[in-house]
Design a protein around this ligand. Structure first.
Ligand SMILES: Nc1nc2c(ncn2[C@@H]2O[C@H](COP(=O)(O)OP(=O)(O)OP(=O)(O)O)[C@@H](O)[C@H]2O)c(=O)[nH]1
Ligand SMILES: [Mg+2]
Length: 446
């Protein structure tokens, strides 16, 4: 990503570099500001953002088990994801047939994007068709027709036609009759920037006449932060409309355009980064930021944070069980499930605050890990009332559960014993509240 590539080096040297943490933060912040401003992100936005990052980095403490520098990278990552739009929008039609109408200023890449989208959806199993309504530029008809032939989708246009609305209506009808379920309507480019009112008025009239399911505004990345006004007005007029940003390959201002559009509350659906038919992808702020920051190291790091969050949830659940003194098999089930997801148990346990200090009996852990699947199967064969009130599980129920789960009554009993032990331990701990912190997995696995 042009303009932002220096961030990759900045992050790398931040993580590897020695020296004082405060100095490293300040150096990185300076690099970040330079990169964002080069990418044409609004200066005030840059200052606010970096101020917040710095405060958070210097004033808050990382969670236990996380290095300060890793914590800082995570703060930067989250802030940038936010800057570039947060969550990604749904890219698939919510009903069929689906009509998308592309609008935008002259030369932004509407026709090219129409072809790219047709190809994108076709590859994903949709039956796509293209319609041109551009009666303004004589070559427009041939341009889209050629693209349609290249990707092998049906096309409708009227060479020498006059009325875009009528052409579009006939085109949509024509394609629907041929079984097309995603119809992409290309329109003529509107006049230049700075006259958004006019552009949007024309777009509105066309949309009223055609009633497409989606109006997609195509914005050229060269516009940089100036994309803000256009996107804002568009978003106000068509709040459920979508936005595609093109030509990200050609300019360093892409970061500015993306952040400006996100700042309006509109979501960017696709980005285009080349002239070829495949040069389009759904826009995902997380992926985008990971790429800009140089994915490799980051991924491992983010996984670590995810595991940490999950282990925090885990701890909360146990704390609740401790406070209420109640533990059901359902709780146990949830515990085992989330532990399984977290991966190698020993690693996870080390991440749970306080626990890394406790001696862990490796052989017992091994046993537990091997048994997890079996125990989950056993609990899957129980009824809800059994899960909630394990004391009702008598000998005949044990036999039934064993049969249902393909295990033996002894194994079911073992799980029940384990449950009883855990519960007893929980009760003891409830009495010794000072041990609360240690509870986490301690109750279960040691
Ligand atoms: N580098 C690059 N060029 C692009 C991209 N998208 C479109 N273009 C080029 O931009 C030029 C204009 O593209 P069109 O698709 O014809 O633009 P348009 O919005 O349909 O233009 P009008 O219909 O005249 O308003 C062409 O030369 C395209 O190849 C992109 O993502 N990257
Ligand atoms: Mg065009």
């Amino acid at each position: 990503m042009k303009g932002l590539e220096r961030l990759r080096y900045a992050i790398a040297s931040f993580i590897k570099g020695g020296g004082k943490y405060e100095d490293a933060v300040n150096n990185f912040i300076r690099d970040l500001q330079k990169a964002l401003i080069t990418a044409d992100v609004n200066v005030r936005v840059v200052i606010d953002l970096t101020k917040k990052i710095k405060e958070k980095a210097l004033e808050s403490e990382p969670p236990p088990g996380v290095l300060r520098r890793e914590w800082f990278v995570k703060i930067v990552y989250d802030s940038l994801v936010e800057l570039f739009g947060g969550e990604s929008p749904e890219i698939y039609p919510t009903k069929l047939p689906w009509t998308i109408m592309l609008v935008g200023v002259q030369g932004t890449g509407k026709t090219t994007t129409a072809g790219k989208l047709a190809n994108f959806y076709k590859k994903r199993g949709y039956r796509v068709g293209l319609v041109t309504t551009d009666t303004y530029r004589p070559a427009a008809y041939d341009q889209l027709k050629q693209i349609s032939e290249q990707i092998g989708v049906p096309f409708y246009g009227e060479k020498g036609g006059k009325d875009p609305v009528k052409i579009a209506k006939r085109g949509i009808e024509f394609l629907k009759n041929r079984g097309v379920n995603v119809i992409i309507v290309d329109t003529a480019g509107r006049h230049g920037y700075g006259d958004e009112e006019y552009l949007l008025k024309e777009m509105e009239d066309l949309a009223k006449a055609l009633k497409p399911d989606e109006v997609m505004l195509v914005i050229d990345a060269y516009l940089g932060q100036k994309a803000y006004d256009l996107a804002k007005k568009f978003h106000e007029k068509a709040p459920i409309g979508s936005i595609t940003i093109t030509k990200l390959d050609g300019t360093a201002k892409g970061g500015g355009a993306i952040s400006a559009v996100s700042a309006t509350g509109a979501r960017i659906k696709f980005i285009g980064d080349g002239e070829k038919i495949d040069d389009i992808e759904p826009f995902n702020p997380r992926k985008f930021v990971s790429r800009v920051l140089g994915l490799g190291d980051l991924e491992t790091l983010l996984e670590k944070f995810k595991a940490l969050e999950e282990s925090e949830n885990l701890e909360k659940r146990w704390e609740k069980a401790l406070l209420t003194g109640r533990l059901t098999l359902r709780d146990l089930y949830a515990q085992i499930k989330s532990l399984k997801k977290l991966g190698p148990l020993r690693k996870v346990l080390q991440m749970i605050p306080g626990l890394s200090l406790m001696p862990i009996d490796e052989s017992k852990l091994q046993v537990s890990e091997d048994k997890m699947d079996k125990w989950l199967h056993i609990m899957d064969s129980m009824t809800y009332s059994e899960l909630d009130n394990p004391h009702i599980i008598d000998r005949s129920r044990i036999r039934r559960i064993a049969r249902g789960s393909g295990t033996s009554p002894e194994e079911v009993k073992e799980l029940l014993n384990y449950y009883e032990n855990t519960k007893r331990m929980l009760k003891t701990m409830k009495r010794k509240k000072s041990l609360l912190k240690r509870l986490g997995a301690g109750g279960v696995f040691s």
